[in-house]
Write a protein that binds this ligand. Structure first.
Ligand code: AQP
Length: 336
C-alpha cells in the first residue's frame, strides 16, 4: 500500500443543477490542481440521498456532474472520476468512523444545523452523520489534500479529528491528516437574492443562482435581477462593509476573470451597477457557455460517460480496498 505525498480527493453531490458556487468554489480549482496532484474526483450520490432524491432523475444528475467535470477541463484520462456508491469501501469505512467520531463533534456541525433548521427531529440520520462519510471518502484514499469551498471547512476539520483519533486509539500512523485547499477569489459564492445566504442547489428560488445548465439569456436575466444597493461601486474594499451583495458580485467577477478582487474594484470604482452588471453578464456567458455546450454534447453520449465512470471505479477500488483491509486488520477484525 503506497503512501502518497500529493493526492487529492474531492466530491460534488448530484443533488440538483450545479451552480456557479460549485464551479468557482470547487470545480474550477480542481482543474487548476490536476497537473500537480494525483486526483480522485467523486460524484457523491451517497451524500445526495441524505435528503430525498427522485429516483427518476438521480442517475441523470450523476452523469451530469461527471459531464460538468469533463466539460470544465478535468482530463478524464489523467484523473480518476467515479461514483461514490459504486465503491463500497467508502460506506464500510464510514461505519468504522461512526464509531470513532464523538456525538459532541457532530453536534457542532453548522451545516447540519442550517439544513435541519427547526425540523431536526424529522431529518435523516444520514444528514447528521454526513461528515463521517465525508471523512471516509477522503481517508479511504489516504488523500493528503482536499480542495473544497469555504462551506466545507468545518467538515474537513472533523475529518482531521477523526484521522487523529483513529491513529491515537489504535497506535498507528495509517491515516494522513489532510489539508484543505480553499483558494481563489470566490471561496463562498452567495445567493444572488440575498448576500447573507450561500448560493445553493436547494434554494427554492432559481434566481438565487446561476446554473451550469442555464442558457445565455437566463444568465443575463439573473445577473440583471441580482440584488444590489443604491450606491455605486466603491473606491476600495473597506467601503464594502454592510454591502454583501456588491461584494459577492465583485468576487464572482474577479474569479471568472482569473483576476483579483482589488483589480476589479480599481477598474469599476465609482461606476454604477448597471454598467458593472452588463460586463459581468458578458463575462459569465463567455466563460460558462462553452462549458454548458460541452456538457450538453457529453450528455448525448452516455456510453462515453459510463465508460469513464467504470474505469474510475476500478482504479478507485484498487486504491481503496487495501486501505480498508489494513484498517480492519488494525481494528482486529478477522481477515478475509
Ligand atoms: N456557494 C458556494 N460557494 C463556493 N463553493 C461552494 N460549494 C458549494 N456551494 C458553494 C462547493 O462545491 C462543492 C460541492 O458541493 P456539494 O454539491 O457537494 O454540496 P453543498 O456544499 O451542500 O452544495 P449545495 O449547492 O449547497 O447543495 P445543497 O443545496 O444540496 O446543500 C464543495 O466543495 C462545496 O464546498
Amino acid at each position: 500500500m503506497d503512501k502518497p505525498n500529493k493526492r487529492i480527493l474531492s466530491g460534488v453531490q448530484p443533488s440538483g443543477d450545479l451552480h456557479l458556487g460549485n464551479y468557482l468554489g470547487a470545480i474550477k480549482n480542481f482543474v487548476s490542481l490536476q497537473q500537480e496532484y494525483e486526483c480522485f474526483f467523486c460524484v457523491v450520490d451517497l451524500h445526495a440521498i441524505t435528503v430525498w432524491q427522485d429516483p427518476n432523475v438521480l442517475a441523470n444528475k450523476t452523469r451530469e456532474v461527471t459531464a460538468a467535470f469533463i466539460a470544465s477541463g478535468i482530463d478524464p484520462k489523467k484523473n480518476n472520476i467515479f461514483v461514490q456508491s459504486q465503491v463500497p469501501q467508502h460506506a464500510q469505512l464510514a461505519w468504522i468512523f461512526n464509531c470513532v467520531a464523538r456525538m459532541g463533534w457532530l453536534n457542532r456541525m453548522t451545516q447540519f444545523k442550517d439544513k435541519a433548521g427547526k425540523n431536526s427531529e424529522n431529518v435523516s440520520v444520514g444528514l447528521f452523520s454526513y461528515p463521517t462519510l465525508m471523512a471516509a471518502d477522503i481517508l479511504i484514499y489516504l488523500a493528503t489534500h482536499v480542495p473544497v469551498g469555504d462551506d466545507q471547512k468545518q467538515h474537513l476539520e472533523l475529518t482531521r479529528d477523526i484521522a487523529q483519533k483513529f491513529n491515537n486509539d489504535f497506535n498507528t500512523d495509517l491515516f494522513p491528516i489532510p489539508e484543505p485547499l480553499i483558494f481563489g477569489e470566490a471561496t463562498r459564492v452567495m445567493s444572488l437574492r440575498d448576500g447573507s445566504k450561500k448560493m445553493s442547489k436547494s434554494d427554492p428560488s432559481d434566481y438565487s443562482r446561476i446554473m451550469l445548465t442555464d442558457s445565455a439569456e437566463n444568465i443575463i436575466q439573473k445577473i440583471k435581477k441580482a440584488k444590489t444597493d443604491a450606491e455605486p461601486l466603491p473606491e476600495n474594499k473597506n467601503n464594502l462593509d454592510g454591502r454583501p451583495e456588491a461584494e459577492n458580485l465583485i468576487s464572482i467577477f474577479a474569479s471568472l476573470q482569473n483576476s483579483s478582487f482589488e483589480k476589479v474594484i480599481s477598474e469599476y470604482a465609482g461606476k454604477d451597477f448597471a454598467t458593472f452588471k452588463k460586463d459581468l453578464a458578458d463575462l459569465s456567458v463567455s466563460k460558462l457557455e462553452p462549458i454548458t455546450t460541452e456538457m450538453n454534447r457529453l450528455m448525448n453520449d452516455i456510453s462515453y460517460i459510463d465508460s469513464i465512470l467504470n474505469t474510475g471505479k476500478e482504479k478507485a477500488i484498487s486504491v481503496a480496498e487495501p486501505v480498508l483491509q489494513k484498517t480492519k486488520q488494525i481494528i482486529g477484525f478477522l481477515s478475509k
